[in-house]
Design a protein around this ligand. Sequence first.
Ligand SMILES: [Cu+2]
Length: 132
Amino acid sequence: MKTSDNIKRKFFISSLAVIVVLGVFYGCSKSSNSNPTAPSSNSPGANQVLMQNSSFVPSSITVSPGTKVTWINKDSYAHTVTSGTPGNPTGLFDSGNINSGGTFSYTFDSTGTFQYYCKIHPDIMQGTVTVK
Ligand SMILES: [Cu+2]
């Protein structure tokens, strides 16, 4: 029964090899898994402002001319991004209502200090974009 033993041994060894290979692949696919939740992280990226807990985060940013700034609504309710100060909109930009998860972008071509606010929460939501 030597041949049969050899076959059993080969089968056992190749089974082990398959298990090891699968384990390595599984381990790799777990560790090399790119982070699909990155876009919904709670930190603003470059030239991004979050609307979070009824605040603009960060409330002031500085960019160079020609930069597109994107606001992202992280709250479960609507906000606006409206240029000017409460009661005195400048008309430069006004997002209208941005629902939960929605975004608004504006490209700042000229230098200056641009104040903006949320029309829904004007007392607590104000921010500034400085372009220089
Ligand atoms: Cu708001």
